[in-house]
Every structure is written in structure tokens, then in C-alpha cells.
Design a protein around this ligand. Structure first.
Ligand SMILES: [Zn+2]
Length: 681
């Protein structure tokens, strides 16, 4: 493989056939998805390969890659990628612009950079799916040009083709974190032994950017050596200097930092409250409650009308105040984006605020498989929705709650809106993100000191939300392929650990997902099995993974029966041990900066997970088998005072030998079954 310097020099000679022979002449390209602003407008794809002329020239120390003339956009249509060498000469900063478009069509999507790089059969792809994922495609089975990874890039804005110690490729977007929507796509290249990395951006369609315009941000393309963490370090060096990162890190995080474990409990006051209180008393640890199904409406039906509480405002408020008086942080579930199209208020209010798809529809999704509902996502411009949510938040704050969870905002607002009736131009841009940021800031202004939590780890909101739930370390639950083909990696934590609290896991001590009694009883599983016996490693593995990534521990649905029943004694003890371990090491696991994970030697073993969620009917449950899962989870951290620590967890039921070598620390030893260890240097 050739080096970045070679590539740059070759670019400057005027040809893009730079990576050896044979190699396509379009290693840097673009595709524009063009249409009129009207919904249902047919799309015209305009790609670099269709352009009539192509040149590469040097000017004032920059390289201008220019494409001119297109059958639809006119002979004067010019697209320019301006590349400036990085100070280290290992890549370029890029800018992108177009002019002379005579087609009358606007640009719905800009696919740029579209970078084709050499790959081997072992090349892995890092892409910004949620907190970060690495895919190791079976390239031989992938058709030329077919996608191997696609993400709505909400969490982070970089991707990479990873070749270990050989030359790896990295590209990012360096713009305002609010500039959405963005997607990241990796494909098998059209030529043999190549891969193509693509960023996709959705601008707004306005008269001002019809004939000419530009990507409203730049970015970098460069080579490096190393793994996903090395790529994250490149992005981190830039991200830490940005205003949203500085603002997020500078905040006081008193409530969030002092949480040893979260309980994701659902249902009635008695079922939810008592186990949390008992856990807090038993351990003396500060705990937090993420309270689902406190509301009168069934889950995922009738949104956004959460108020009143299921057992009345008085009982709800009394429970909240009891918990808060005991130092327990409580946040109730709300959905931050949805209006149910089945609710009568849809026609009088919700419909006006809904996102309109480019085909003109207002799409509703039925999450609840047991009851009719269709949850439509609200645009950023959504006065009725904002009014309803602000009213709800005042009721919640009035109940004594210190914070609220607003589902889906962090994970589902990478969208476009084509409404002809909203006061924004059709398309993407920042309108949706800006609207949700305004909703957050209005809620905070209405309710001083109120904490807001949302879903996933969204860069566009990290300076305004206090915490986020991240569940992608349990990717098997979302249908992710198993290792080594796919792996969730803590790239968000590598970049932004400590900027806000991140918690989460799907781990259920008895393996029985919660059931909302407002759902029809006929759909409830008639028989439960001893899941903790049948899948004896599932709870511990699912629970520990996030903690090993520097996330706050979370247990799903803690029940009173979990405290004393001998069947759950092992899982329960590990829960207590983990919460104590996490809380004793906040200087690393909350405040610390993630260091390179290095090389860990340990035994591997098969493990099976039973995949079943709240909406899984018995015939749809399935088993995911990892043929060879490492028995030790680990991460490395640097505390604010400079000390470095290796954090290790043996989730298996046998003691395990480990040998960890990283640039910052080297440790080896034997770790007892189901235990944590921290080694500080
Ligand atoms: Zn809109």
C-alpha cells in the first residue's frame, strides 16, 4: 500500500489514478441528488463520473479538483473540491462548492467526500453508528458498489478504512455539530480491492443555493496507522477545541457524576420504587431511577399525552418526593419527538408539526405491536408539540422530579422535512436540530435546574442535555452481526467521555423483560423459563460491557424478588460489586480520558444470548451465539491528575489469565470469575 505522501504528490501531477495500477480514475468523487423543492419531485442523480471534463491543478499551494459540464446541469456547471495539505503533509483539508447549475433543480443530498481507497480482504471499516462501530466485511461476498455500513451520523462525524499497522484512511466533517442531517456510508469499491467512504449531507433547497452553493463545512481526508481508537484520537484533537465540547466539559455535573448505578424500572409505584430504595439502603450507594410506564397511557400509544400519572398525581408525586428525599435521582420517561396519529389530537394539532417526507407523507411508525398506534416524528418547527411538552415538563417538575428522559431526540432527529407549510425551506440543514435544541433550552428556562436526558450519544446536543442512554454495547439486541464481523466500540467515549453522563444496558437479572399491564393480556408470554440458568452468562456480559466502556452501570427492571432468591444470587452479587467498583473509581470512569486499548491477551469462549425485547412474541425470540468472545473486557483511562489505570472485568465463570500491553500501561495477572480490577500506574 502506498503512503499518504505518495497519494498527495500523485494528485498534484494531474491524475487521480494514484494508488497503483489498475485503479479507478475517480478515487475522489461526488454524487448530487437533485430535484425541485416540491414533494414527490423525481430525483436526478448527478455524479462526478458523468461530468464532461475533469482536471486537477495546483494553485497557491492548494490542489483544485474540478469537474465541468453535465448534460442536465449545463456546460457551465462546475464542481470544485479544494484540497489544502495538512501541516503534517499526511492528508488534506477539503472544501466543496458548485456553480453554474442551469437545470432548475436544487440539491437534496451532497455525497462528498466520496473517497475510494485501496483495501485488502482484511480491511475493517469504522463508521459513526451510534457510539461507534467497526465492521469487518466478508469482502469477497460483497458485490462491487454495494454498501457494507450505513449510519445516520448523529454521534460523531468521522469514518475510517482500517488496515492496522499498514496505511489506514480517515475522513471527517469539521463543522458545527448542529449541521445535520448527515449520513456516513461505506461501500465495496467498484474496482477490485477498493473501498469507498462517503459522507452524505442534506442542505436546504433555497433560491440562494440553486445555481451555486457549497458544503457549509469542510473536513479532512488523511492517512494514519492504527485502529478505530487512533482514528478517534485524530477527531478528538479537533473536537476538544470546538465550542460545544468546551461548553459540555465546563458544566458542573454534580447530579450526574454522583450516580453509582441506574435502575431502568417500569410500572407501578410499588414495583418501581421499593427495589430501588432497598438497593440504595443495602449498598449505601447513590442510585438513579429511570422510571418508565408511570404514565396513564400505554407505552408507545397516545403520545404526547403522558400526564396524568397512572396512579394519580398525588401518589406519583409522593413516591418521587420519597425517593428524592433519600438522595435518589429520578427521571420519568417521556418521548421527545412523537405524536400518535391514532390520537384524536393528531388532526387538530399534531399533523401541523409533523415532519413531511420527500414523498409528501407524514410517516407514523407503530412500535407497539400489541395496540394500534402510529408515532410520527415532529419537525424542529413544531409549536403545538413544544407547547404540549413544556406543559408536561412543568407538571413533572411540580411533582418534585429533578430531571426527565426525552426519548429518541438524540437518535431520531437526523432527518429532512419537506413540508410546504412550515416556516423553513424544504430539506435538511439545521432546522430540526435547532428546533429540538430550542425545546431543550425552553424547558430548562421554564424549570431551572431540571436535568434532561435523551437517547444515544448525539454530538449536536451534548452541551445541552445532561445525560444519555446508550444501548449499542448490547448490539445483539438490535440485530448486529456478532464479532468479529461487527463490533460496537466506545468511540464516543474515546472523544467525549466526561462531557455528559452516559448510562445504559438491557441486562435483566431474571431475563424476563417488563410487561405493561395496559397491553392486552393475550399477548403476554404464557410461560417463562429459568432464563438465568439457560443463558448463564448473558446478564453479566450485557451489564458489564458498558461499564468497561466508561459508562454508568444500568440494570433493566430490578425487582424485590432479585434480592433474596438464590437463583439470582450470582447476578445480584455482580450487580452490587459492579456498582461499588464503578463508584469507587469515578476519577477514571467518569472524569477520565480514554487511552488506547492496546493489545489484550486472554482466553476466548463461546457465549449465547437469548434475544427478546418487550415487543417480542414467543415465536420471534432468537438465540445469538458468539463462537469466540474474549473473556476479559477492558479499557484504559487517564485521570485529570495524570495517573493511568487499566480497568479489567472477567465476566466468565472461571478465573482468567490476562496480559495487557498498551502505550500507557502494561499489566498481567489472574482475574477471579465475575470480578473487576483496576490497576493504577
Ligand atoms: Zn418542517
Amino acid at each position: 500500500m502506498k503512503t499518504g505522501m505518495f497519494v498527495f504528490a500523485a494528485l498534484a501531477t494531474g491524475t487521480l489514478a494514484v494508488f497503483g495500477t489498475p485503479f479507478p480514475n475517480d478515487s475522489l468523487g461526488f454524487t448530487l441528488h437533485m430535484a425541485t423543492p416540491a414533494t414527490n419531485s423525481p430525483e436526478q442523480m448527478v455524479s462526478s463520473a458523468q461530468m464532461k471534463a475533469h482536471s486537477v491543478m495546483e494553485k497557491d499551494g492548494k490542489t483544485l479538483v474540478e469537474w465541468r459540464g453535465h448534460p442536465v446541469c449545463g456546460d457551465g456547471f462546475t464542481v470544485t473540491a479544494e484540497l489544502t495539505p495538512t501541516p503534517e503533509k499526511d492528508g488534506w483539508s477539503y472544501e466543496f462548492r458548485y456553480s453554474g447549475n442551469e437545470s432548475g433543480l436544487g440539491i437534496r443530498l451532497i455525497d462528498f467526500p466520496m473517497l475510494t481507497v485501496p483495501r485488502t480482504d482484511k480491511t475493517a471499516i469504522f463508521y459513526p453508528q451510534k457510539c461507534g462501530q467497526v465492521r469487518r466485511p466478508k469482502w469477497k461476498d460483497v458485490k462491487p458498489g454495494a454498501n457494507v455500513a450505513t449510519a445516520a451520523a448523529g454521534g460523531l462525524h468521522f469514518m475510517a478504512a482500517l488496515n492496522g499497522n499498514d496505511v489506514s484512511w480517515y475522513m471527517d466533517q469539521r463543522g458545527d455539530a448542529r449541521l445535520r442531517p448527515n449520513w456516513a456510508i461505506a461501500r465495496n469499491g467498484k474496482e477490485p480491492q477498493t473501498a469507498t467512504l462517503v459522507f452524505r449531507y442534506a442542505p436546504q433547497l433555497t433560491d440562494a443555493n440553486l445555481a451555486s452553493g457549497a458544503l457549509p463545512f469542510g473536513g479532512t481526508i488523511r492517512t494514519f496507522r492504527g485502529d478505530w481508537f487512533a482514528a478517534a484520537e485524530i477527531y478528538r484533537r479537533w473536537a476538544w477545541e470546538q465550542p460545544w465540547a468546551k461548553a459540555a466539559f465546563a458544566r458542573p455535573q454534580k447530579e450526574m457524576r454522583n450516580i453509582a448505578i441506574w435502575f431502568w424500572n417500569r410500572g407501578r409505584v410499588e414495583d418501581v420504587e421499593l427495589p430501588v430504595e432497598r438497593f440504595a439502603e443495602l449498598t449505601g450507594l447513590p442510585v438513579a431511577l429511570d422510571w418508565y410506564w408511570w404514565h396513564k397511557i400505554p407505552y408507545d400509544v397516545g403520545y404526547p399525552f403522558f400526564w396524568p400519572p397512572r396512579e394519580g398525581a398525588e401518589a406519583f408525586s409522593a413516591a418521587v418526593r420519597r425517593l428524592v428525599a433519600k438522595g435518589i435521582f429520578v427521571q420519568p420517561y417521556t418521548n421527545g419527538v412523537s405524536w400518535d396519529q391514532v390520537d384524536p389530537t393528531w388532526e387538530t394539532e399534531g399533523t401541523f408539526d409533523s415532519i413531511v417526507e420527500k414523498n409528501g407523507t407524514k410517516k407514523g411508525h407503530q412500535y407497539n405491536v400489541y395496540m394500534p398506534s402510529a408515532l410520527a416524528v415532529m419537525c424542529g418547527s413544531a409549536p403545538h408539540f413544544h407547547a404540549r411538552m413544556r406543559e408536561l415538563m412543568k407538571n413533572l417538575r411540580g411533582s418534585g422530579l429533578p430531571g426527565v428522559y426525552m426519548d429518541q431526540v438524540g437518535g431520531c432527529t437526523v432527518r429532512t422535512c419537506w413540508s410546504p407549510d412550515h416556516p423553513h425551506a424544504p430539506g435538511g440543514g439545521t432546522v430540526i436540530t435547532d428546533g429540538y435544541r430550542k425545546l431543550f433550552s425552553d424547558i430548562k428556562a421554564d424549570n431551572p435546574g431540571f436535568c434532561i436526558s435523551t437517547e444515544d450519544t448525539p454530538e449536536a446536543y451534548i452541551d445541552i442535555v445532561d445525560s444519555a442512554i446508550n444501548l449499542w454495547q448490547n448490539g445483539e439486541r438490535f440485530g448486529m452481526p456478532v464479532q468479529p464481523e461487527a463490533e460496537t466500540v466506545p468511540a464516543f467515549m474515546a472523544v467525549y467521555h466526561g462531557a455528559m453522563a452516559v448510562y445504559g444496558s438491557y441486562a435483566v437479572i431474571d431475563g424476563i423483560p417488563p410487561w405493561d399491564p395496559t397491553w392486552p393480556d393475550r399477548d403476554r408470554w404464557p410461560n417463562e423459563k429459568p432464563w438465568e440458568e439457560l443463558y448463564p452468562d448473558q446478564y453479566v456480559l450485557e451489564f458489564a460491557r458498558g461499564v468497561a466502556m466508561g459508562m454508568q452501570p444500568m440494570v433493566h427492571q430490578l425487582r424485590m424478588s432479585h434480592f433474596d432468591d438464590p437463583r439470582y444470587a450470582g447476578n445480584f452479587k455482580f450487580t452490587v460489586d459492579t456498582a461499588k467498583f464503578y463508584h469507587a473509581n469515578l476519577d477514571f470512569l467518569y472524569d477520565g480520558t480514554m487511552c488506547a486499548p492496546g493489545r489484550l491477551l486472554c482466553a476466548r469462549q463461546p457465549v449465547e444470548l437469548f434475544i427478546r425485547g418487550i415487543y417480542t412474541k414467543p415465536e420471534k425470540a432468537r438465540v445469538v451465539r458468539h463462537p469466540s468472545h474474549p473473556t476479559i473486557l477492558h479499557s484504559v483511562w487517564r485521570a485529570k491528575d495524570g495517573r493511568v489505570a487499566a480497568v479489567l472485568c472477567n465476566w466468565s465463570r472461571k478465573e482468567q489469565v490476562y496480559d495487557l500491553a498498551t502505550p500507557d500501561i502494561a499489566v498481567a495477572g489472574i482475574l477471579p470469575a465475575r470480578s473487576w480490577r483496576i490497576v493504577v500506574k
